[in-house]
Design a protein around this ligand. Structure first.
Ligand code: CTP
Ligand code: MG
Length: 251
């Protein structure tokens, strides 16, 4: 692998509406400490020496606004490009991936909704791909016990429990997830072909596609601050984490 190929490109899906966060601007543009979540997320990637290019998949039609927003914030001189995202996260990632130059060997995919991921996690994921893994996910142990349930037999009624996987074997998976570019491209193209008939639901993480087509995914340690801003309480927690960082190191 030559020096240029060893530098990863990152795809940032940022085209979601953020329905679980409630009414307001698209989630990626909602502010944390006065700065949009997306800007935090792109900065977190740009801070890593492992990342050379960041491609953002913006809400369709919002590309110019997102590009201007990113331009107006300092991003460590990294190359940042904006493309239109799609109707699902999976489609947004596929469209972002299409904008990555040939010759790139390592791709990271990072949710715009994970603004506070520490740079050490970004570095560790990229390093694991560089060391030979085809797909890498950062993950943390679960605090809650998880149960699988079936649909309620009457609408609004209680859901019958099917079983309880042993908690110690479960992990909550975060981003950035890292991939050999060829692997990620191939599984997205296969999924596109297979899903054309609507038989398969889109996946919520890219590693899930690698698993679906028989590839090996490995886990490296994630970080509690890499949590995804999904519901209103997550934004409260993110503000607190950011305030603590700013107080402790002028971040
Ligand atoms: N995403 C995307 N394109 C979509 C849907 C989601 O790029 N069509 C992105 C989101 O912008 C987010 C990431 O995928 O950065 C993770 O998705 P999620 O947390 O589910 O965000 P939203 O889909 O925006 O939120 P919600 O599901 O609550 O509407
Ligand atoms: Mg969503």
């Amino acid at each position: 692998m030559n020096a240029t190929a060893a530098v990863a490109a990152a795809v940032v899906p940022a085209a979601g509406r953020g329905e679980r966060l409630g009414p307001g601007a698209p989630k990626a543009l909602r502010e944390l400490g006065g700065v949009p979540l997306l800007v935090h997320a792109v900065r977190a990637l740009a801070r890593s020496r492992a990342v050379g290019l960041v491609v953002v998949a913006a809400p369709p039609g919002g590309e110019a606004e997102v590009a201007a927003l990113l331009d107006s914030h300092g991003l460590d001189g990294k190359d940042v490009r904006v493309v239109a995202g799609g109707a699902t996260r999976q489609e947004s990632v596929r469209l972002g991936l299409a904008a990555i130059p040939a010759g790139t060997e390592i791709v990271l995919v990072h949710d715009a909704a994970r603004p506070l991921v520490p740079v050490d996690v970004v570095d560790a994921v990229a390093a694991a791909v560089r060391a030979g893994a085809e797909a890498v996910v950062p993950a943390v142990p679960l605090a809650d016990t998880v149960k699988r349930v079936a649909s309620a037999t009457t609408p609004g009624g209680p859901e019958p429990v099917l079983d309880t996987p042993e908690r110690a074997t479960l992990r909550a998976v975060q981003t950035p997830q890292g991939f050999r570019r060829d692997t990620l491209h191939e599984v997205h193209q296969k999924a596109l072909a297979e899903e054309a008939d609507g038989a398969l639901p889109p996946v919520t993480d890219d590693a899930g596609l690698v698993e679906r087509y028989g590839g090996q995914v490995v886990v490296v340690p994630g970080h509690e601050e890499a949590f995804k801003v999904t519901r209103p309480l997550d934004l409260v927690l993110a503000e607190a984490v950011l305030a603590r960082r700013r107080a402790s190191d002028g971040f």
